[in-house]
Design a protein around this ligand. Structure first.
Ligand SMILES: O=C(O)[C@H](O)[C@@H](O)[C@H](O)[C@H](O)COP(=O)(O)O
Length: 234
């Protein structure tokens, strides 16, 4: 059984405040306990407002390292780049933003390079914040030739390259993603999503548990930590 707690908000503003507030709290607790903090933050459009709000908080940002949970293999200045988005928001605050991917033609090689980069970071992350697509993908774990490898990579493997099949229409790129094992090694796991459709998809995936065919269900089915889901209708 997947143990997940839903936090519902009446407005998008409340959702933004809560998501930013919870991440801020995790950063403060990590800095108190360990003097540094590693966050793995999802890309896509949904969490951007929460990240912008978070960046206004007065924190010891120089001790915070941020990685994307996954990225599209595009140049960092491409609007589709997750690390580009994170860098724009958090670099000015003094945080260290570490890219996962690069504009590499060979996605498997890009995955190996991403893994090597993550092996150099103090592990595990204090937080992995996941998003979800309406098709039930999370991070860049998609149906396709690399689906099972992303889910069942050896525990030590932190990132791999993936070629979604079919390619998602809104961001049709090969990608690199944290593996399920790396996602689930996090001290805390949070999901931030909006909209009725995504809620239905996630509720069904949670109900189906290990039998779910959706990437989000397959990832969460193995989680041992508590999962906080922050949701608002818009
Ligand atoms: O790079 C990515 O594609 C993501 O990190 C991905 O897992 C994202 O969270 C969902 O696709 C939702 O994206 P939206 O928030 O844009 O709907």
């Amino acid at each position: 059984m997947i143990e997940a707690e839903w936090w519902d908000y009446e407005s998008h503003d409340e959702w933004v405040d809560a998501v930013a507030g919870d991440i801020g709290f995790i950063i403060e607790s990590a800095l108190d306990a360990r003097k540094d903090c590693l966050l793995a933050l999802s890309g896509g459009k949904t969490p951007i407002a929460a990240y912008q709000k978070l960046a206004t908080q007065k924190l010891d940002w120089k001790k915070v390292t941020i990685i994307p949970v996954d990225d599209r293999l595009v140049k960092v200045d491409d609007p589709a780049s997750n690390v580009g988005m994170l860098a724009k928001i958090f670099l000015p605050r003094g945080a260290r933003v570490v890219p996962l991917g690069a504009d590499n033609k060979d996605y498997k090689q890009a995955g190996a390079a991403a893994d090597a980069r993550l092996q150099d970071l103090p592990w595990p992350p204090d937080l992995v914040l996941l998003g979800m697509g309406e098709d039930g993908h999370t991070a860049s774990i998609f149906p396709g030739p690399d689906f099972e490898s992303a889910l069942d990579a050896p525990k030590a493997r932190r990132a791999i390259g993936v070629m979604p099949d079919p390619l998602p229409k809104d961001a049709p790129f090969p990608r690199v993603t944290m593996t399920r094992a790396a996602i689930l090694s996090s001290r805390a796991l949070m999901i931030a999503l909006t909209g009725a459709k995504k809620r239905d998809v996630l509720e069904r995936a949670i109900e189906d548990g290990a039998g779910s065919k959706l990437p989000i269900g397959r990832v969460l089915a193995e989680a041992e930590q508590a999962i906080d889901i922050h949701w608002s209708a818009e």
